[in-house]
Design a protein around this ligand. Sequence first.
Ligand SMILES: [Zn+2]
Length: 146
Amino acid sequence: MKSKYAVVNFNDEIERLKRELSNTRYALIKMAPESYHRLLLGDYSLDSNQAVFDWERSAADKIIDSVEFVVDDKDYEPRPRAACPLCREITAMWDPARPLGWTESGLHDHLTGYRGRTQCRVMKAATESNREAANIRALANNRSPK
Ligand SMILES: [Zn+2]
């Protein structure tokens, strides 16, 4: 049976999907509050995977520093918490009926995907966008993006 999607040229389709992914990442970043756009759109000096990794950790710290954590009465063990300022996600913890914000370390893990957490989609879009740009810079300088 023929596919209803006629792929005329595989390479053209890959290029089209890469452009679409890039546009989607950009749109996702732009949906975060404007005060984070410059930070998320990155640093034009990034030219290696290690530099992108370091940028991501530094950006997560700056984002955390910008957030006001407040104690929520619904918390079993009251600790300062906040929603992610980029995607507005909060954690359901163990009780979905009582969703709570992230603690500072929880927000760090959310922003970086550390400790096996699913990474914040907005931060992931920014990191991958910066990684793609860094790889292009490294290749332009005739070296592998280590
Ligand atoms: Zn988030």
